[in-house]
Every structure is written in structure tokens, then in C-alpha cells.
Design a protein around this ligand. Structure first.
Ligand SMILES: [Zn+2]
Length: 136
């Protein structure tokens, strides 16, 4: 990662699967956005960059919230406390869903006798409980 971030530039580390940029409000905070199927997606159309979903910097003093779409910033309203909780909850759910599927595939790969289409319902529930406990 570069020591100082130039404003208006998104730095991408392929090795770490992470993008980083200086907060668009100009406060100078470093905004780190992990890139993964359950985190942010970086799109590059050959000219402009988009990050999805929006950037909600509620842990910074500025609490800015914006979208980076086609290389420009679209400002969004500040999150209320309730909205932040809602997003965090949804995020947690999305991650548990994602990891549930990934874990089951992982469990079935080494055992060639396993029939993925006959997954025991209890296994799914146990896995889900384990995973949701992990994220709490
Ligand atoms: Zn800021």
C-alpha cells in the first residue's frame, strides 16, 4: 500500500484483494475496501472505475457516505444509527449465507462418496448456527 494516498485515486492490491482510497470528503482518512463476493466489487470499464456497494464511512469523524460510480462521486445522505445497524445485520447475513455454501462444498470435496444433493438438513442448520455465532 502506498504511504500517502493521492485524492481521487483508487489503489488496488491484487495480492491482498483490497482497494484503498483517500476519503472523498477530503478528510484524509484511508478508506479500505476489501474486494470479495461478499464485500466490495470493483468495476473498470476501460476508462472509469466503480465500487459497489456504497462507501459508508461511519467509523470516521466525517461519517461520509457516497457511491463511486463511473469515476465520479455520488453523495448519499448520512446514515442514521438505525440504518448502520440494519446494514451491519444485512452484511452479517450475506456473509453467513456465503460461507455456508462455501463450507458445504469444502466438506464434500475430500469425500468422494458424499452426495451434495442429499445434504442432511441438520448439517445445514448446525453449520449455520456455528457460522452465525462466529460472526457475532
Ligand atoms: Zn471523510
Amino acid at each position: 500500500m502506498p504511504p500517502s494516498l493521492e485524492e481521487g485515486v483508487i489503489y488496488v492490491s491484487m495480492a491482498y484483494g483490497t482497494a484503498i482510497h483517500s476519503c472523498c470528503c477530503g478528510c484524509g482518512e484511508k478508506v479500505v475496501t476489501p474486494l470479495s463476493p461478499t464485500d466490495w466489487k470493483l468495476m473498470f470499464d476501460g476508462e472509469n472505475v466503480s465500487l459497489h456497494p456504497s462507501i459508508g464511512n461511519w467509523s470516521f469523524p466525517c461519517q461520509s457516505h457516497y457511491w463511486i460510480k463511473n469515476g465520479s462521486i455520488k453523495w448519499s445522505g448520512k446514515f442514521t444509527k438505525e440504518e448502520i445497524d440494519e446494514v451491519r445485520k444485512r452484511d452479517k447475513y450475506a456473509k453467513s449465507q456465503h460461507y455456508k455454501v462455501a463450507d458445504m462444498q469444502e466438506n464434500h470435496r475430500p469425500n468422494s462418496n458424499a452426495q451434495p444433493e442429499k445434504i442432511d438438513q441438520n448439517l445445514i442448520i448446525t453449520l449455520f448456527r456455528k457460522i452465525s455465532r462466529f460472526f457475532q
